[in-house]
Design a protein around this ligand. Structure first.
Ligand code: ZN
Length: 189
């Protein structure tokens, strides 16, 4: 699949919207991206997660681990395609944890999967969970790379597509200056 074909799927499902948006961070942007809207279609989940699975198919690992909620579906699908175990971390009281009886053993090799990597904050939180168990991260797979600078990781990072967005404070927003009304995504009008 070409990048343009992928973008077309994101646009068609509403996962990628172009315009003038007020994000939940309070910043304004010309792009709104919601990965769940593409993953709601299992065939698209298989298509995108298949690229991640292909990239890591020759890597030696036992388990896929993902941060809840967005990463769970991606991790589950990549694990299904490669015949691996899939577990997820959850944030409780501000800290990322393994719950529900999930565990990692010492030296267990794990692949981290996410839907979107923006600042790699959740990736690093998952890495700390892996390290606390004495397990070993072997890679990071993500549907979308939205980073503005390459995250510092000791293992390969693969994403199926890179989507950059411009973000502005309201005062600096050129779309506001043009009096283009903004949309607050996720809210009904
Ligand atoms: Zn604006």
């Amino acid at each position: 699949m070409t990048n343009e074909e992928k973008l077309e799927i994101f646009r068609k499902t509403g996962a990628l919207q172009e315009g003038h948006f007020l994000l939940s961070s309070g910043l304004h942007s010309n792009i709104y991206f919601q990965c769940a809207l593409v993953l709601q279609y299992p065939s698209y989940a298989t298509l995108f997660c298949g690229e991640i699975a292909d990239f890591f198919s020759s890597f030696d690992f036992d388990t896929v681990i993902s941060p809840a909620i967005g990463g769970i579906l991606v991790g589950q699908e990549v694990a299904r395609l490669l015949g691996k175990r899939s577990i997820f971390t959850e944030r409780t009281d501000g800290f990322m944890n393994l719950r529900r009886g999930f565990s990692l053993s010492k030296n267990e090799r794990v692949l981290i999967c996410e839907d979107v990597v923006t600042t790699a904050k959740s990736t690093k939180e998952v890495m700390s969970v892996i390290e606390q168990s004495g397990a070993v991260p072997v890679g990071l797979g993500s549907i979308v790379d939205r980073t503005t600078e390459q995250p510092e990781l000791d293992f390969p990072f693969f994403s199926t597509i890179k989507i950059s967005a411009e973000v502005f404070t309201q005062e600096q927003c050129p779309l506001c200056k043009e009096n283009i009304p903004f949309i607050k995504p996720g809210s009904r009008k």
